[in-house]
Design a protein around this ligand. Sequence first.
Ligand SMILES: Nc1ncnc2c1ncn2[C@@H]1O[C@H](COP(=O)(O)OP(=O)(O)O)[C@@H](O)[C@H]1O
Ligand SMILES: [Mg+2]
Length: 309
Amino acid sequence: MNLLEIKDLKVHYPIKGGFFNTVKDYVKAVDGVSISIPEGTTYGLVGESGSGKTTTGKAVMGLNHVTAGEIHFNGQKLNEKGRKVNVRDDIQMIFQDPYSSLNPRKRVFDIVAEPIRNYHKRSKEELINEVLGLLNRVGLPPGSLYKYPHEFSGGQRQRIGVARAIALNPKLIIADEPVSALDVSVQAQVLNFMQDIQKDMDLTMMFIAHDLGVVRHMCRHIGIMYHGRLVEEGTTEEIFSNPQHIYTKRLIAAIPDTDVDEVERNLALRQKIKEEYDQNFDENLDEEGRAFPLQSISKTHRVALPVKG
Ligand SMILES: Nc1ncnc2c1ncn2[C@@H]1O[C@H](COP(=O)(O)OP(=O)(O)O)[C@@H](O)[C@H]1O
Ligand SMILES: [Mg+2]
């Protein structure tokens, strides 16, 4: 069963201007995106900065308006503002920057306990035990309880963010570039630990990244976004062994050497992809510079191929 189904989502932001401050145009941040995520799996949403990944995640969270399209969660259609009250605690988001997403004036106890307090009546002692359990789950020592965010490293801070996100036992986590702000040396550690949490709690996850290498080992399906649309989507195997869109190939060729197979490491091939990308990229986009409609080339593999003729 699909826990999340996004159907032809459009999020357009009005650009106002002129003497009467009227709407001059729209930024089509998301322009017709459909994504389904089977329950208990991780979906990697990948694309360069500004491609519309965060806007897609926020639309699911109900954090921005939806211009068109539908979002279904656990079989329920979420309303125009994003979602119904009764599913609020079932969807949680983890943000890119653990420095700014945690309140610096609050202790870890209050940061992690806050969502629980908002939804449940608990004694102080029950709350402390619950938060200690969550800290243990994300690999932070009990002594973290009364410390402030600045007393932790970036990786540890992201663990605090995860503890808070899982506090209400959600079904879906939207992780928006959770390792992008971290040192490369701790990225793998945080990725592994998030993967463990996902398995342990049988979570469904939308994992947003700008680098294909980051999502490779944790996602069942991958969708590649460019300028508000998906250019390609498939199983991780299909995306890596049989990429079709030149943009997808370019992203694979951009993965650092340490993380790729023999074929991908082949410099001549990388060079060829770069040349093909530089010469033909525009031909793979419509006149607005956007991806063509997706066409299925297998049950799970969809590609935005140029419309012929
Ligand atoms: N609140 C907003 N108002 C106007 N434009 C926005 C707003 N939020 C995002 N955008 C624009 O929408 C596009 C997609 O942004 P975003 O979803 O943040 O991309 P990503 O997360 O892939 O970097 C960008 O061009 C961005 O400038
Ligand atoms: Mg973003």
